[in-house]
Ligand binder design. Structure first.
Ligand code: VGL
Ligand code: ZN
Length: 186
């Protein structure tokens, strides 16, 4: 069985947010179409969210590299209001401990066992950001033995360096991820 994974489409990663991904909101429309498709076909849909304590070690003031973002319970940490959330979808919170960074949705979340319980062997990955949480989620999924597709029009990079997104895509392909357009799935 296949599952759709929607990574971190939260206010803080969208324009106006604390760690905004340029044009981050353009992923929402293809993701919503995919969510509806997966829901109607009885397939799993998983949303991850970056869900940091206020003193998270990834924040600049605690020695990390990021502005304060996605603090649990704040508006910035909420999933974007335009994101369609199927009734049966599962929500996974990550990087919830002050000392631990976790870019992958598989790190200390139990996501792999959820997927195994649902007989998922193939995941379709979308969301933000291509060069951090999408990439690391894809790497872990491949290591764990899942077949992985990435929807290229449903991911966007932070691009701290201008080519980080392109590099991330090349690295994912090198490890065996398949790049698809959303209209090749719908
Ligand atoms: C992310 C930077 C910091 C992401 C999370 O979701 O890609 N990026 N925390
Ligand atoms: Zn974060």
């Amino acid at each position: 069985m296949k599952a759709l994974i929607v990574v971190d489409v939260q206010n803080d990663f969208c324009p106006g947010g604390a760690l905004a991904v340029a044009k981050g909101e353009i992923v929402i429309e293809p993701i919503n179409k995919l969510s509806q498709l997966f829901e109607s076909e009885g397939m799993a849909v998983i949303f991850t969210r970056d869900w940091h304590p206020a003193n998270h070690s990834s924040f600049k003031k605690y020695g990390g590299i990021w502005p304060v973002h996605c603090v649990a319970g704040t508006h910035g940490a909420e999933l974007h209001a335009d994101l369609y959330f199927p009734g049966v979808a599962i929500l996974v919170s990550k990087a919830t401990l002050p000392e631990k960074e976790a870019y992958s949705g598989f790190q200390q979340t139990g996501l792999a066992s959820w997927l195994h319980d649902m007989d998922v062997d193939h995941i379709v990955v979308t969301g933000l950001a291509t060069d951090y949480c999408v990439k690391n989620t894809v790497f872990d999924a491949i290591t764990l033995g899942f077949k992985v597709d990435v929807v290229i029009d449903a991911v966007m990079p932070v691009n701290l360096n201008p080519d980080d997104g392109e590099k991330a895509i090349a690295e994912m392909v090198e490890r065996g991820a398949v790049m698809l357009k959303s209209n090749e799935i719908l």
